[in-house]
Design a protein around this ligand. Structure first.
Ligand SMILES: [Zn+2]
Length: 394
């Protein structure tokens, strides 16, 4: 049975303090390494470590040595990203500089126990134990392996961001699948005859927060930014909750009907599909990708394979004969060629299922990956840093 490793990043707020010196010393070291990498044009972790490790070991004898390893990794990936931006003319700075309060950890430098919700971090002054503040969202990481992690000093305290992984067996594709069609205000999914359509109410949430923000911005105030940020955070959390609930229903349905795969739209053609300008403006791509990535990992964790199929024309072509559909009342469509009538969403779902079956039939039986975004899976430093929103010296 083929298997794959599902990787997820968890973010925990830490209950307690970490020494400021850990962040300042680490930042200093990363910048020393960056200077060297930049001056010598070094992009290889091995080379950078070989040239600078002993010198740094001598200068920082109290710091656990693995911090020097992870600092070399950070410096290399920051330098590489900087170089890439520079080549494309996007980096304003002359040379790369690391100013974030972030420390990268490997398995020698920290451990996280989710049974006791406790983390232990190695520092120059010994190990520090800290409670992990957690919610129900963190339960799913229990029983998963923890890999790399980052300590982040935020405005309101310290955070541990850790990459967890689990290896799951994947069923052979047998054509039994649940397809998911996402629109701005509803998500439809199903396996053929039974199609579920959920009104997400996302448009209402977005509109309400949009109006709130506009009111706030039009009223004269000293400083509206903290409030705006608060609203943005709330909106994001509400929509995230919504997406998690939808994704949970989709995997439950896949299990109920004994499907081996979940079929999602390949969003590279999204622009062409939803051509209405108004719709494109309100419904950003982030939204779609976010929901897809949640469905993607939930399905993989549940041992389902995830397949992406071309989304072009899924709501305008007949799933039976391939003819062009005509509108036939509110949310209904009709095929003038073969007489098929149906709900727009059900038609889209059936088209996705049919395309998936055609793909399987065409023996393209390869492990599928999200075509638009592989970041959710990579454990590469770069990807991790990007996910933490760390910019590269630009
Ligand atoms: Zn037809």
């Amino acid at each position: 049975m083929p298997s794959e490793t599902v990787k997820l990043t968890a973010s925990f707020k830490l209950d307690g303090q970490l020494p400021e010196s850990l962040f300042s010393t680490y930042g200093e070291i990363v910048n020393l390494l960056l200077d060297h990498a930049w001056a010598e044009g070094i992009t290889s972790f091995k080379k950078l470590k070989a040239e600078k490790y002993h010198e740094l070991r001598g200068e920082y004898p109290d710091l656990p040595s693995h911090y020097l390893y992870t600092a070399c990794q950070m410096a290399c990936s920051i330098y590489k990203s900087f170089r890439k931006l520079k080549r494309r003319g996007l980096a304003k700075a002359e040379r790369p500089f690391f100013k974030r309060r972030v420390v990268m950890l490997d398995d020698h430098l920290f451990s996280a126990g989710l049974e006791s919700w406790e983390a232990s971090v190695a520092t120059g002054g010994g190990r520090i134990r800290l409670k992990l503040l957690h919610g129900t969202y963190h339960e799913k990481f229990k029983g998963m392996r923890v890999g790399q992690a980052w300590l982040v000093k935020g405005k309101d305290g310290f955070y541990l961001k850790a990459v967890f992984s689990r290896t799951v067996g994947l069923p052979e594709p047998d054509g039994r699948a649940v397809a998911v069609d996402v629109n701005e205000n509803n998500a439809a999914f199903g396996s053929g005859n039974s199609i579920t359509s959920i009104r997400t109410g996302e448009r209402a949430i977005r509109t309400a927060y949009f109006l709130k923000r506009r009111r706030l911005q039009s009223a004269p105030r000293l400083n509206e930014r903290p409030l705006l940020a608060k609203y943005r955070g709330r909106e994001r959390r509400r929509i995230n909750d919504l997406y998690h609930r939808i994704a949970g229903k989709i995997t439950a349905e896949a299990r109920r009907v004994g499907a081996s795969a979940v079929v999602l739209e390949d969003l590279r053609n999204l622009r062409k599909k939803r051509s209405s300008k108004a719709l494109n403006g309100r419904l950003n791509r982030w939204s779609f990708r976010r929901l897809q990535s949640i469905v993607d990992y939930k399905a993989r964790l549940a041992g389902l394979s995830v397949r992406y199929v071309d989304a072009r024309g899924t709501s305008s072509l007949c799933p039976t004969c391939g003819g062009r559909l005509s509108p036939n009342g509110y949310r209904l469509v009709r095929c003038p060629a073969c007489g098929l009538e149906g709900d727009r969403d059900a038609v889209a779902v059936r088209n996705l299922l049919r395309r998936c079956q055609m793909d399987v039939g065409a023996s393209s039986v390869r492990p599928e990956s999200p075509p638009h975004d592989r970041r959710g899976e990579g454990m590469k430093v770069n990807a991790g840093l990007e996910r933490l929103g760390i910019s590269f010296g630009a």
